[in-house]
Design a protein around this ligand. Structure first.
Ligand code: ADP
Ligand code: MG
Length: 682
């Protein structure tokens, strides 16, 4: 550089073509793993069934690939390292239907500009092998005959010897080696019929996959048994969008801090941020926060729809109908994951009261993760503690549950009811909360329960599940309705309906695994039945139904008969003299209202279909869910609001499997973007 103080412009000079080519080549071949990827693709194009790679110093000193493919004709060896020489593409239009890996004829030429390159090759028709040395895109000396097997052996030595600055950039040999292993592993999984072997010079093989192996087997070899045991196949295709996808993906039981995503589009190892984010998002609904899956995906798209004419180092790939294809693939993943046994098991585990391994964390909503820049109109609340409706009305929300809750005076509606119910001793309604959890979970074998669970799962509305999973609590409107925000939409939720459904599902999934809420003093079933019958709600009338006392006795006897089953499956203890000793704990921190207990007891006898197994469990669960979801109007404001947000909503967000029918209980009422438009006009 001219450091003198004169202001005359410096003369422009034409760069030496060798330098130009070297710069260009350096752009294509950034590191040994790049070069190797190109050479592996060449070997695969040449129909090899065995590919052996030898590496010294992370490939910087020495990188050799040996295949048993078609070999290269002697005449071609002369020009093979010139730029834009290829056997794979003749006209520009061919780009549209190219099925082979390489097409630019640039790889070998580039390598020869940044390293010392030797090619030894033999075709079927050659009597012996030919060996050629290249430098800067040209043959360095005459081609020599030598002994050798059919196929091609390409040796790359002293990579970047002529680019000292580049060479200095490589700090860690092991980093380069692990990149090489990564590339080979991925191609080995995709091309399971081809045997691959990587050896560090003078050592035993670092990786070896047999020829005619399977993709699962190669995943096991590379990523281990833990992954492969949890892998399932997911396929989808669409004639209109002209694509086919087959994937091997981990189930929801597997998770890792790192997202391993192997993506091949038309057999090229590529990257697609859109696809990657979409898949990660699907799993985020199922996996604990910060955990990711393993996914190998083979995507075949009509060649003319893929932009293959991209820069060799640009791995990010673009294709036509990207959004539509990504959506299709997403749904395929969702339905496979939702319907799987693993998910079911996980739900069951998670539904255990007190289990603490939520799928999601309130603090991170997916929509925020995706968007780098979030405009105010798209701003989504990320912490429900920050701002809630109450803030604007000045009410205080309790921050923790009562350790033991006094469950109420017998009936808050007592004003309009017969005063008889008050005869029941109030003291006995004080319940100590038993929160100890039985660790050894029982897995039910009852087909009826499994069928009822399956029914719930089959009806799962994926869209509603997403809305819930990504939602935050905004506030209670009244005892029935609450507002939640999901994405940039505001939803009005019928918490009464949703919590009833949640409780119903909990009863199915925690079947045989309920903790018991013990009564301090056992309650007489007969007395409870009398209380219920004397309530107008029961519709009892002496003429039609007979004497109350007799009826109450019948209720008690009917339940005594079911005592052993109720105890075993639901943790409801009834003594032989007709005393109710315990009820199931369905949701942690949630106790049913004792004021509604008499009616529940009565309805257990009148509404549950005890004779048929499946019907019995489903009607029992419905009745019980209805009872538990009933609120009491005499507990104070802060208490039910706390219950609504921290017990009901928290569980609904994580565990509720919403059916389509619930879409009338989750109603979009406002959209942030549209609201902004309204405000902008003001
Ligand atoms: P491209 O793959 O884009 O054609 P390359 O520079 O990678 O360009 O390779 C140039 C040509 O060399 C290929 O078209 C192919 O004919 C030949 N070739 C390269 N590697 C091999 C190989 N391992 N076996 C057979 N032929 C090869
Ligand atoms: Mg190539």
């Amino acid at each position: 550089m001219d450091m003198s103080n004169n202001f005359e412009p410096t003369e422009i000079k034409r760069l030496d073509p060798v330098v130009v080519n070297r710069i260009a080549a350096g752009e294509i071949i950034k590191r040994p793993a790049n070069a190797l990827k190109e050479m592996i693709e060449n070997s695969l194009d040449a129909k090899s069934t065995n590919i052996q790679i030898t590496v010294k110093n992370g490939g910087l000193k020495y990188l050799q690939i040996r295949d048993n493919g078609t070999g290269i004709r002697k005449d071609d060896l002369k020009i093979i390292c010139e730029r834009f020489t290829t056997s794979k593409l003749q006209k520009f239009e061919d780009l549209q239907s190219i099925a082979t890996y390489g097409f630019r004829g640039e790889a070998l030429s580039s390598i020869s500009h940044v390293a010392r390159l030797t090619i030894q090759t033999k075709t079927v028709n050659d009597k012996c092998a030919n060996k050629a040395l290249y430098e800067d895109g040209r043959l360095k000396e005459d081609i020599k005959s030598c002994a050798g097997n059919q196929g091609t052996q390409i040796t790359v030595e002293d990579m970047f010897f002529n680019m000292p600055q580049r060479k200095q950039l490589f700090k860690s040999v092991s980093e380069e080696f692990s990149r090489i292993m990564d590339v080979v592993s991925k191609y080995a999984i995709h091309n399971a019929s081809v045997g691959f072997c990587v050896t560090k010079h003078g050592e035993n093989a670092s990786l070896r996959t047999p020829a005619k192996s399977t993709q699962r087997e190669n995943i096991r070899i590379v990523y281990g048994g833990e992954v492969v045991n949890e892998i399932k196949s997911i396929d989808c295709s669409d004639e209109l969008l002209q694509f086919e996808m087959s994937a091997l993906a981990s189930s929801v039981k597997y998770s890792s801090k790192k997202f391993t995503f192997l993506l091949f589009i038309n057999h090229r190892l590529v990257e697609s941020t859109a696809l990657k984010n979409a898949i990660d998002q699907v799993y985020a609904t199922f996996l604990p926060k910060g955990n990711h899956p393993f996914v190998y995906m083979d995507l075949r798209i009509e060649p003319q729809n893929v932009d293959v004419n991209m820069h060799p180092t640009k791995h990010e790939v673009n294709f036509l109908y990207e959004n539509e294809i990504v959506e299709k693939i997403k749904s395929a993943f969702e339905s496979t994951l939702i319907g799987s046994n693993e998910t079911r098991e996980l739900y069951t585990q998670q539904l255990l009261p007190g289990a603490s391994n939520p799928y999601l964390d309130d603090n991170e909503s997916m929509s925020q993760k995706k968007e780098a820049k979030v405009y105010a109109k798209d701003m989504v609340r990320s912490d429900s503690k920050e701002q809630k409706l109450e803030k604007f009305f000045g009410t205080i929300i309790k921050s923790s549950a009562n350790e033991s809750i006094e469950i109420g005076t017998p009936n808050e509606e007592s004003a309009e009811d017969d005063s008889k119910q008050n005869t029941s001793s109030q003291k006995s309604f004080v319940l100590p909360l038993q929160t100890k959890i039985d660790v050894a979970r029982k897995k039910t074998k009852l087909t009826s329960i499994l069928t009822l669970r399956k029914k719930v799962e089959n009806k799962c509305d994926k869209n509603l599940r997403h809305i819930l999973a990504e939602s935050n609590f905004v506030g209670c409107i009244d005892r029935q309705l609450s507002l939640i925000q999901s994405g940039s939409n505001l939803y009005l939720c019928d918490m009464q309906k949703l919590s009833e459904e949640l409780l119903y599902q909990m009863l199915l999934y925690n079947f045989e695994n309920f903790c018991e809420i013990q009564f301090e003093t056992a309650l007489s079933l007969k007395e409870l039945a009398i209380l219920a019958l004397s309530n107008k709600e029961s519709g009892w009338c002496e003429e039609d139904d007979g004497p109350m006392d007799e009826l109450a006795e019948n209720v008690q006897d009917a339940l005594i008969q079911k005592a052993s089953m109720l105890r075993e499956y639901y943790g409801i203890e009834i003594s032989s003299d007709g005393k109710l000793k315990s009820l199931p704990l369905i949701l942690e921190n949630h106790l049913p209202m004792l004021c509604h207990l008499p009616m529940y007891i009565l309805r257990l006898v009148t509404e549950v279909e005890w004779t048929k197994e499946l019907k019995c469990f489903s009607t029992f669960s419905r009745e019980t869910a209805m009872y538990y979801a009933r609120s009491s109007f005499n507990n104070d404001d802060t208490e039910w609001k706390w219950l609504c947000e921290h017990v009901y909503y928290d569980h609904i967000k994580r565990y509720l499997i919403p059916s389509e029918q619930l879409d009338t209980s989750i109603i979009p009422v406002a959209n942030l973007q549209n609201l902004y438009k309204v405000f902008e006009r003001c």
